[in-house]
Structure formats: structure tokens, C-alpha cells
Write a new protein. Structure first.
Length: 122
């Protein structure tokens, strides 16, 4: 049975959001210890020895990033919860088209924390 306190949930959340090209690097977790390692195509898991993912001896599980549409749906859901109509309209416009994530982040910085319940850190 997995013991949740063995896992660094912040690191797993980062791995899920890491929108890299799959063949550049991949986050892997050891289900026994909770250790998270970074595999790269040119440095393996030790940063020095290239190794193919299929050739890893350890019983590591890949943490595949969530697709960007999942994050987009989260932004849309969040926008619907914003109580200030003007702020909600600005956020809704921001998530349309290319560059939606950057525009959404930029718009959030302009919305007061009492409206969104968030404080954005630069």
C-alpha cells in the first residue's frame, strides 16, 4: 500500500504541470520510497549516463504531464467562480486563443485578491 506521506506532493504537482516535449525529460517516481527522479535523454537519471527509459533497472513509474486542455478547463471553471462581473469577463476573454495561459496569468495580477481569493506571486 502506498503511504502518502512518503511523497512530495508539490513535486508531483510540478511534474504534472511540466509541459516539456516528452522525449527531452520525464519525471519518474519510485512507488516504494516516494523518491522522484528526473530522467533526461542525454543524462539518464544520474545526470551523467544516458539510458533508454525501457532499460531502467528500477521499478519507476512515469509522471506524465496533464494535457494543456485540462489546465484550460481549470481556468474556465475558475473564471465562472469569480464574483466580480468585470473581472470575470476579462478573465474569460484572456483564455481564448493562443497565449491563453500567459494572458490569464497577466489578468489575474490585475484582479484584487478579495475578488479571486488568490494572491499572485510574480
Amino acid at each position: 500500500m502506498l503511504e502518502i506521506d512518503k511523497f512530495d506532493l508539490d513535486e508531483i504537482a510540478f511534474a504534472l504541470s511540466d509541459q516539456n516535449v516528452y522525449d527531452e525529460h520525464l519525471h519518474l517516481v519510485d512507488p516504494e520510497t516516494g523518491e522522484i527522479v528526473l530522467w533526461t535523454w542525454d543524462g539518464g537519471i544520474d545526470g551523467k549516463t544516458p539510458v533508454d527509459l525501457d532499460d531502467l533497472d528500477r521499478d519507476l513509474v512515469a509522471i506524465r504531464p496533464l494535457p494543456s486542455y485540462v489546465w484550460h478547463e481549470d481556468m474556465a471553471d475558475f473564471t465562472e467562480l469569480v464574483s466580480d462581473d468585470q473581472a470575470a469577463r476579462r478573465l474569460a476573454r484572456a483564455i481564448n486563443g493562443r497565449g491563453a495561459f500567459r494572458r490569464f496569468k497577466d489578468e489575474l495580477r490585475g484582479v484584487p485578491a478579495p475578488v479571486t481569493g488568490l494572491v499572485c506571486v510574480p
